[in-house]
Design a protein around this ligand. Structure first.
Ligand SMILES: Cc1cc2nc3c(=O)[nH]c(=O)nc-3n(C[C@H](O)[C@H](O)[C@H](O)COP(=O)(O)OP(=O)(O)OC[C@H]3O[C@@H](n4cnc5c(N)ncnc54)[C@H](O)[C@@H]3O)c2cc1C
Length: 425
């Protein structure tokens, strides 16, 4: 599918970085210019490591980071209740708090680097698609007891005043959450890193990664980087550099569309500036844009569909929730690939001497990639061992051996999906 989307057409067009050409050395070479790679590069620069090269195969934030729903909220793709079961209270809290801190760090960076990314700090609603309020009450209690996080219960009548749909029963409101234009933010942190000495290169796919003394040599079509340390951050757009790394994740597509400006019709739909998603496994997610358009996302699929097909599918979903918008024009639609690990947690850490990984952020990656950038930058710059907190999620062992069959991963995916459905359905 073409890369052009609403975000591309509304972000600055004059931010670009040259392709890598010729040979150079660097302390760190980051492969992948999405949020995971950019946050690592910026985290390194902020810690005084400026001899950093970022290689992006296409354009900065070409992948999920420049296509996503723009929700900035705490947590991972793997739910917090699963973290508690997997890790116990203290370790689960340590990981979860990394994502709440990341939401704060994103706010700080927006201010510090003056990134005009339309951020709307108005919270996020989690609307119950099902009728049983226990789903929400249990979740609310678990978050409070397990993580000290307060999400507010919103009774159905109140929710319906804000979200003008009969589809939902009650909802929960996460106040410490916001939404933004993810591509403008990505370009903003790329520029912030560049201003601090990081070299960014677009149209520079890493085509080979080989050992070179104690470090690594990374080749691109027109250049080469000799680096002491390499960070792989290629998400669902698999780099093709290490079979075990690519086999560790399953790329899954999800879709987004943007309506024409709704103007006064917006009032028939939303009376809140918050973003909204629902309690199903493959949930709808949507938010009002500053120019009165509605950005609407949903579905998960192994298919990267055409814009016309995405429009058709998502329009149908939109009609189920807001039939009052019948006939609304859909001006833009696209898909993007998320990367999921079997355990639905990011794979963050060292996988070889001088070789680091930050991938598998799934559909919940804006805050976690920011957290990962901090963890990886602190590990490389300061020897900080925090990355080991992710070791239960297979920083090494969950990475599949070379050639691991995609079909197997698909099976795991469906299993995980069914487990969730059974729990929430
Ligand atoms: C449609 C959609 C909606 C989403 N909505 C939300 C949301 O609202 N909130 C949220 O928290 N999360 C959301 N997510 C998830 C979130 O966007 C991702 O988890 C996050 O952006 C992943 O960042 P990343 O850097 O790991 O991957 P990506 O952003 O995909 O970046 C990987 C980059 O690596 C590059 N690359 C690949 N191979 C090479 C190579 N060999 N050499 C150089 N570069 C290479 C790619 O071109 C790509 O730019 C959504 C995802 C999608 C697809």
């Amino acid at each position: 599918m073409e890369s052009s989307n609403y975000y591309r057409t509304t972000a600055a067009t004059d931010v670009s970085f040259p392709a890598l050409s010729g040979k150079r050395t660097a302390k760190v070479c980051v492969i992948g210019g999405g949020f995971a790679g950019l946050n690592t590069a910026l985290g390194l620069a902020e810690r005084g490591v400026r001899d950093v090269v970022v290689l992006e195969a296409q354009q900065i934030a070409f992948g999920a980071s420049g296509r996503n729903g723009g929700f900035v909220f705490a947590g991972f793709s793997r739910g917090p209740e699963s973290l508690l079961k997997d890790l116990g209270a203290q370790r689960a809290r340590n990981l979860y708090s990394g994502t709440t801190d990341a939401v704060d760090l994103i706010r700080r960076r927006i201010d510090q680097y003056r990134i005009d990314c339309q951020h709307t700090d108005a919270g996020v609603y989690w609307a119950n698609w099902f009728r049983d309020p226990a789903v929400l009450r249990d979740f609310q209690r678990m978050l409070k007891d397990g993580f000290g996080n307060e999400w507010q219960f919103v009774p159905a009548a109140e929710l319906r005043e804000l979200i003008r749909s009969d589809r939902y029963s009650d909802g929960l409101f996460e106040r410490n959450a916001m939404h933004f234009h993810p591509l403008i933010y990505a370009l903003g942190i790329a520029q912030a890193a560049a201003a601090q000495g990081v070299s960014l290169h677009e149209r520079s796919p890493a085509t080979a990664l080989v050992r070179s003394g104690a470090g690594w040599r990374v080749r691109t079509p027109e250049g080469e980087v000799e680096a002491e340390q390499v960070v792989l951050a290629c998400g669902g757009y698999l780099a093709g550099l290490r079979a075990d790394v690519d086999a560790g994740v399953l790329p899954i597509a999800t879709y987004v569309m943007v309506t024409e400006p709704l103007r006064e019709r917006m009032d028939e739909v939303l009376r809140t500036r918050a973003a909204i998603y629902d309690t199903r496994f493959a949930f709808d997610y949507y938010r009002p844009l500053p120019d009165s358009r509605l950005l609407w996302g949903g579905r998960i699929s192994v298919l990267d569909r055409s814009p016309a097909a995405v429009k058709r599918l998502l329009y149908r979903d939109l009609m189920k929730v807001f039939p009052q918008l019948e006939g609304v024009r859909i001006e833009s639609a696209w898909s993007g690939l998320m990367s999921y690990a079997r355990h639905e947690m990011p794979q963050i850490g060292r996988i070889d001497d001088g070789l680091w990984l930050g991938q598998a952020f799934g559909g919940h990656g804006v805050a976690p990639t920011t957290f990962a950038g901090e963890v990886l930058a602190a590990a490389i710059a300061e020897g900080d061992p925090r990355w080991r907190e992710f070791s239960s999620y297979g920083l090494v062992s969950a990475l599949k051996p070379a050639g691991f069959a995609g079909a197997q991963l698909s099976y795991w995916w469906l299993q995980a999906k069914d487990g969730w459905k059974a729990r929430w359905g």
